[in-house]
Design a binder for this molecule. Sequence first.
Ligand code: SME
Length: 163
Amino acid sequence: MYDFRIAADDKAELYRQLTQAAEALTAGEPDAIANMANVAALLWEALPDLNWAGFYRNVGGELVLGPFQGRPACIRIPFGKGVCGVAAASLEPQCVADVLAFPGHIACDAASRSELVVPVLHEGVLLGVLDLDSPSPARFDDADVAGCVELVQRLSERFAGVA
Ligand code: SME
């Protein structure tokens, strides 16, 4: 049984603990899907006010649904489409305060109001994206972006399946 106690007053500390727990959870495991599944579960458990947390994988230049927590979601997203597709095409994190105002946003769960999508790269290759959705507008800020960017950078080998 894994029982990580993640609690912090500020987001930087929260993400530090989260990343540490994610590294411990995936240590020595070469299966990328298993690692994404456990990290999605960890994020879901530790981050408040989410309605979706998970991964889309880059499969031949298209985003395909990966391990996640939350409601069933759209399976395939072309690069450049929706928040996830824009993150994949631009290789830049997308922090969207109001998804209803984002052109081309893909509404997998009608409850979503804000979204953070971070590209996952390993050795310059795009493996996919990490996607967090919230039912609250403007749920994500610069500290969430920095925390998630750091987390996926530190874990990239585990998501590439070479750890
Ligand atoms: N809203 C995303 C699609 C994925 S779901 O949120 C899980 C988008 O616009 O790319």
